[in-house]
Write a protein that binds this ligand. Structure first.
Ligand code: ATP
Length: 235
């Protein structure tokens, strides 16, 4: 078996004296889409923060592509191919779509190559290329946040609550693109409170509650009953 893109082993983290991650184990195989599901306060965003270097773990290990990451600085994480799209997206509202994308050009990658990639995944962004990002719908802003992340050619993409505040139809569309992105070789961890759409495109799923993974497997193995109990029937 090839080395997983991400391996989280017995990870603990706390805010002050309150332990929020209480021994998390999670593996993402290369090229897979993994859904991490769980109710409010389960610790999902904290896990993303620890993996992406924004918060220190109290103990445990993280390996990205076989390389030990614990305590790694954000630039080092970016170099090792990790890219996070945080909850609430992150676009420059007073710049146009094209300007938001052009900002991502860096040595070796031209702005036109970046625009081509972005527009091939998200034709809607091409239609809206001259619109100020802040005036676009939530779904279109999420497309732009994803397109910006893809320009860094990530090995692993962390998507925190992609569906937040969006209508079901657009969430469905975004997850179709998540699947397409994975088919191009990018591994993806989708953090979601609401499960059904994320499970549709995922290879594996894990359910988190109380700072621990309480169930994991292929989407079909995360039973309806379990989903109902953990998510209060919200999925
Ligand atoms: P949600 O879906 O609501 O974002 P989550 O599963 O992502 O939930 P976290 O945001 O990781 O959960 O929060 C886990 C626990 O840690 C919660 O009890 C939360 O109140 C607490 N917490 C989160 N951030 C902080 C912080 N900066 N300081 C103190 N406690 C925090």
């Amino acid at each position: 078996m090839s080395i997983p893109i991400l391996e989280v082993i017995d990870l603990h983290a706390a805010y002050g004296r309150i332990e929020v991650l209480r021994g998390v184990d999670l593996t993402i195989p290369k090229g897979a889409v993994v859904a991490l599901l769980g109710p409010n306060g389960a610790g999902k965003s904290t896990l993303v923060k620890v993996i992406s270097g924004q918060k220190k773990a109290t103990s445990g290990d993280i390996h990205l592509g076989g390389v030990h990451l614990k305590g790694a600085a954000s630039e080092e994480l970016a170099r090792s191919g990790l890219c996070t799209i945080p909850e609430g997206r992150s676009v420059f509202p007073n710049l146009t779509v094209a300007e938001n994308l052009r900002l991502m050009s860096y040595a070796g990658v031209s702005a036109s190559a970046i625009l081509d990639t972005a527009y091939s995944y998200f034709p809607r962004l091409h239609e809206r290329r001259n619109q100020f990002a802040g005036t676009m719908s939530g779904g279109e802003q999420q497309m732009l946040a994803m397109a910006r992340a893809l320009t860094a050619d990530p090995a692993l993409l962390l998507l925190d609550e992609l569906s937040m505040g969006l209508a079901p139809l657009i969430v469905d569309e975004l997850y179709d693109t998540v699947r397409q992105i994975a088919e191009s070789g990018v591994s993806i961890l989708c953090i979601e409170q609401f499960a059904r759409t994320a499970l549709r495109v995922s290879d594996y799923a894990a359910v988190m509650t109380g700072g621990r993974i309480v169930a994991s497997g292929e989407p079909g193995e995360i039973t309806e009953a379990m989903t109902d109990v953990i998510l209060g029937g919200a999925a």
